[in-house]
Every structure is written in structure tokens, then in C-alpha cells.
Design a protein around this ligand. Structure first.
Ligand code: C5P
Length: 227
């Protein structure tokens, strides 16, 4: 079978990673959660005191970029790759609301983007990859054979994210999660470098009223048409 590149972009918490992960597993492709990489850089900035209160020291972060090593290791039990920051598994730490509150600011920094995009392109150089993010179809893999753009109402997305955070034991308030989803959408869509937008040739999927199963079936059929 022909190996292709599948780019899945869209707003925060649209379930991109869930569908991308399952699609990769079904097709025997590599799955890469590019948002996790921006989250890892943010975690590093928080751990090293580059972010204090609402301000972050961009110069210090850029100076330290070469000391940030991000890798993925496949976890057989979970069936997907987990992110390691400088050799440490930080899958849980990168998903907190605190990281979510700063990640979009960090993702505006061009030097950060340049470094991560290079690594992402390297992950996908042999095709057979499903990558989700904000600029995958527009910047990382503009030649991807299949590009999807996922949307859903902010309230629907915040509700899903809130349930996810509560289920893993985080002490969060729904209104804060909704506020974070809206703020990230705004920063991601209006930043200068690689703003979140639908690639011209991307297929839009509004999953507000789709079950996970319906959504997956739709995406799998689109992929099979291209392979
Ligand atoms: O996908 P996730 O919501 O985990 O991404 C976290 C943040 O990382 C996004 O809100 C966005 O600011 C940034 N991001 C990005 N480009 C990507 C993936 C994520 O700017 N390709």
C-alpha cells in the first residue's frame, strides 16, 4: 500500500490527537502529537523559572533551546508514543492547565517553532505519519496527501477537556477551562508566525455532533481513498 502523510489541524481540544492516534494505529503509521512538543518547551520554561507570573523571558528561553531535548518512545501497553523531555517521561506534566495557560505564548516564538518544525519534518520524512497540530498542513507538511481541519464549538471542546482533566484527578473549574480554550484559539489564530488556519486543500470536519466512532469512520474512509 502507498504510504502517505496525514496532517490533522484545528482548534484546541477538538479531539485531534484521539482520532490521529487511532488512525495511526489502524494504518500502522507513526503518530506525532506536535502540540505535546510545544507543551514540553513550556514545561521546561516553567521548571527553569523563565515564566513568572504572567511574563516570560523569551531571550533566556531562546538561549536555552539547544538544551531542550524532546523525544518520543513507543509504549507497548498504551499503544502510542510518550513524550520525554531531557530523558524524563513528562506525559502527565505537560497536560496540566498551568502548561495550557502558557503554551500558546511560547508557541508564538519563531525560534521555538523553527526548531520544532525541523524535528517534526524529520519524523515524517519517510511518510506513513499522522501528525496533529495547528500548522501541519500549512507549514510542516504543505504537500501532505490528506489534510483535515477539525472544528467544534468552544463550549463543546471545553466540556470534553474539563472531563478529561477531572478524570485524571486535576482540580479545575469549567469556566477556567473554557476561558483557556478561547484564549488559546485567539492567540493561535492571530500570531504572526504560522497562525492556525485551514489549508486551502484541507477538508473541514465539524465534530460537534459526531460520536468518536462516527468521526473515526469518516476520517478512516478519507485516508483509505488516498492510499
Ligand atoms: O494540541 P495542543 O492543544 O496540545 O497544543 C498546545 C498548544 O501548542 C496550542 O494551543 C498551540 O499554541 C501550540 N501548537 C502550535 N503548533 C502546533 C501544535 C501546537 O502552535 N503544530
Amino acid at each position: 500500500m502507498n504510504k502517505i502523510t496525514i496532517a490533522i489541524d484545528g482548534f484546541s481540544s477538538t479531539g485531534k490527537s484521539t482520532v490521529a492516534k487511532r488512525l495511526a494505529k489502524t494504518l500502522g503509521y507513526v503518530f506525532v502529537d506536535s502540540g505535546a512538543m510545544y507543551r514540553a518547551v513550556t514545561l521546561y520554561a516553567l521548571q527553569n523559572g523563565f515564566i513568572e507570573k504572567d511574563c516570560f523571558d523569551q531571550d533566556q528561553l531562546v538561549d536555552q533551546l539547544n538544551n531542550i531535548n524532546i523525544s518520543f518512545k513507543f509504549n507497548e501497553d498504551l499503544g502510542f508514543a510518550e513524550l520525554f523531555l531531557n530523558g524524563e517521561n513528562v506525559e502527565k506534566e505537560i497536560r496540566t492547565l498551568e502548561v495550557s495557560q502558557f503554551v500558546s505564548q511560547i508557541a508564538t516564538v519563531s525560534e521555538v517553532r523553527k526548531q520544532l518544525v525541523k524535528q517534526q519534518q524529520n519524523f515524517g520524512k519517510d511518510k506513513g505519519v499522522v501528525m496533529d497540530g495547528r500548522d501541519i498542513g500549512t507549514v510542516v507538511f504543505p504537500d501532505a496527501e490528506l489534510k483535515l481541519f477539525m472544528t467544534a464549538s468552544a463550549e463543546r471542546r471545553a466540556k470534553r477537556r474539563y472531563i478529561e482533566l477531572i478524570e485524571r484527578g486535576d482540580d479545575v473549574v469549567y469556566d477556567d477551562v473554557l476561558e483557556n480554550v478561547k484564549t488559546r484559539d485567539y492567540i493561535d489564530s492571530t500570531r504572526e508566525d504560522s497562525p492556525l488556519m485551514k489549508a486551502e486543500d484541507a477538508i473541514e470536519i465539524d465534530n460537534s455532533n459526531l460520536t468518536l466512532e462516527e468521526q473515526f469512520e469518516k476520517v478512516l474512509n478519507l485516508a483509505l481513498e488516498k492510499i
